[in-house]
Design a protein around this ligand. Structure first.
Ligand code: PMP
Length: 284
């Protein structure tokens, strides 16, 4: 199959959560040829189930598949598989207001390769888990540390797609930050070490004088689906929204900083530590 084109995926099956068989020489285990997605199903007060914009996750997986030289499920196949998995796990969706069902689709090079090359076969699986708040702070403000030593992405790399290797590169920075008591890491761009990129698993917004700014999508940050929703909501409410280069210095006099993501939803930022200085954000 060509990179990013429709894969010839056979009809799937629903199996209990557990280990899967994988070749020791599979593309995913040896060369990180894997992509994932994350979305949520919510139970509404009337008992119906809400899936938040699954078509956008399907499209993002297809964009990622092109970059990772993998075939991808069609948008219809993706959504159908997500719906079937959610319905089969309906009893695990928490009641309204008590959390949600996190859905994790995974696309991987499961075929065997030895020399560096795209795998000859691919597997698409979905697993789910009930989740509550992502940060231990719950909905209270989180505390970030700006990292200028570790970067999660470089221009021309894979930072703009949801490939598994991006997360491998942040494990260490995130662990160190958490050990020091921070909620998460805010990364800077790898070239100028000056412009905000994103947090390990969410996008970042800075508010000043009612103008909402967020780093532009230019290949090194993930085009978050929550990010896009928040931009749309802000515009519809008459706010000015700027997608541009946002300098780390702008944090110094920001009125508000917040993060967006499927897992974190919208999390307010209470403090940011940069070069040893802790800056407390004042909420408007
Ligand atoms: N950036 C990164 C690195 C992420 O892992 C995520 C979570 N998918 C996001 C941003 C937010 O994206 P979304 O709103 O689509 O969950």
């Amino acid at each position: 199959a060509k990179c990013g084109t429709d894969g010839n995926f056979s009809e799937g099956e629903m199996v209990p959560f557990g280990p899967i068989a994988l070749s020791p020489s599979s593309g995913v285990l040896n060369y990180g040829q894997g992509l994932f997605e994350g979305l949520k199903a919510y139970k509404k007060t009337d008992g119906s189930i809400l899936l938040f914009r699954p078509e956008e996750n399907a499209e993002r997986m297809r964009t990622g598949a092109e970059r990772m030289c993998m075939p991808a499920p069609s948008v219809e196949q993706f959504i159908d598989a997500v719906k079937q998995t959610v319905l089969a796990n309906k009893r695990w969706i928490p009641p309204t207001g008590k959390g949600s069902l996190y859905i994790r689709p995974l696309l991987m090079g499961s075929g065997a390769v030895l020399g560096l090359a795209p795998a000859p076969e691919y597997t698409f699986i979905i697993f789910v888990s009930p989740v509550g708040n992502y940060f231990k702070e719950g909905l209270a403000p989180i505390n970030l540390i700006v990292e200028d030593k570790f970067h999660r992405a470089t221009p021309g790399g894979t930072g703009g797609v949801k490939t598994i290797g991006n997360y491998a590169s942040v494990l260490m920075a995130q662990k160190i930050a958490k050990e020091k008591g921070y909620s998460d890491v805010l990364y800077l761009d790898a070239v100028h070490k000056k412009y905000l990129e994103e947090v390990s698993s969410c996008n970042v917004f800075v508010v000043k004088d009612n103008v909402i700014s967020t780093p532009a999508i230019k290949g090194t940050i993930l085009p978050g689906i929550t990010r896009k929703s928040i931009i749309d909501v802000a515009l519809s409410k008459g706010f000015q929204v700027e997608e541009r280069l946002v300098s780390v210095d702008e944090l110094l006099d920001a009125d508000e900083v917040f993060c967006t993501g499927t897992a974190v939803v919208v999390s307010p930022v209470g403090s940011i530590t940069y070069q040893g200085k802790r800056l407390n954000i004042i909420f408007a």
